[in-house]
Design a binder for this molecule. Structure first.
Ligand code: ADP
Ligand code: MG
Length: 222
């Protein structure tokens, strides 16, 4: 599938579906090192995004329009750290995707813009046990696959896989940013919720491109 506006809409729907399906898991991760609301925050935000998408009379004109709708909705409906962080990520990504279709360099540009937005907003660097630890390897993997001449969907696959590995790699880290930093060394031994939701978001982008049935992915995850 080409990464066009229909893909962007499908990406949004699958992200919403997956954050709702994994809401309890995300809450549980956040309960270990935060305040237990990350699943609620993401579910509330993406439920509102779907409502706005469905309420539209005109379909979105380009990918950037879809991402901007997500950005503004997350900023206005999600409290806590994740709303402004993801909101800024989607807003920056929207600015570089006002185009009909993403080629590999455009996928890289979108992911880089998202990461830059998160860093601009949260001032975290890698190794601080945040979503930056999923986005940073995702961008690096996307760049590497693009340089290797991969197809757009394969660039997304590389990003999703790297984000998943990055999320798992947050387990031993000691948090030095966000709510988890209040725990100091006791934050080690738990996977960061925001890095985990980042992996969910990027995996949804792959599934939207591949047209994998949501039931199938749920079964694979079980
Ligand atoms: P809150 O911490 O306000 O309850 P959430 O639980 O929704 O918000 O989100 C927590 C996630 O936000 C963390 O797991 C982490 O990935 C991310 N996060 C928190 N602070 C920062 C930061 N300064 N930079 C990047 N990500 C951050
Ligand atoms: Mg929280």
């Amino acid at each position: 599938m080409t990464l066009d506006v229909a893909w962007a809409v499908e990406w949004t729907r699958r992200t919403a579906e997956q954050v709702l399906a994994r809401r309890v898991e995300l809450n549980e991760l956040d309960r270990q090192i935060g305040d237990g609301d990350h699943g609620e925050n993401m579910a509330r935000g993406f439920t509102a995004v779907l409502a706005k998408l469905d309420a539209r009379t005109e379909p979105p004109g380009d990918i950037g329009e879809v991402l901007k709708l997500i950005a503004t909705t997350l900023m206005s409906t999600v409290g806590g750290a994740a709303g402004p962080l993801y909101g800024t990520a989607y807003l920056r990504a929207a600015k570089v995707t006002g185009i009909p279709e993403l080629d590999p360099p455009a996928v890289v540009a979108m992911l880089e813009a998202a990461l830059e937005g998160i860093v601009a907003r949260g001032k975290a660097t890698t190794g601080e046990k945040t979503m930056v630890d999923a986005w940073t390897p995702a961008v690096a993997a996307a760049v590497a696959r693009t340089d290797a001449g991969a197809a757009p969907v394969d660039v997304l696959v590389a990003a999703a896989e790297a984000a998943e590995a990055g999320a798992v790699a947050t387990i031993p880290l000691i948090a030095t940013k966000g709510r988890a930093s209040y725990l100091g060394e006791r934050s080690a031994g738990h996977q960061d919720p925001g890095a985990t939701s980042t992996a969910i978001v990027l995996r949804a982008a792959v599934e939207a491109a591949n047209g994998v049935a949501p039931e199938m992915t749920a079964a694979q995850g079980a």
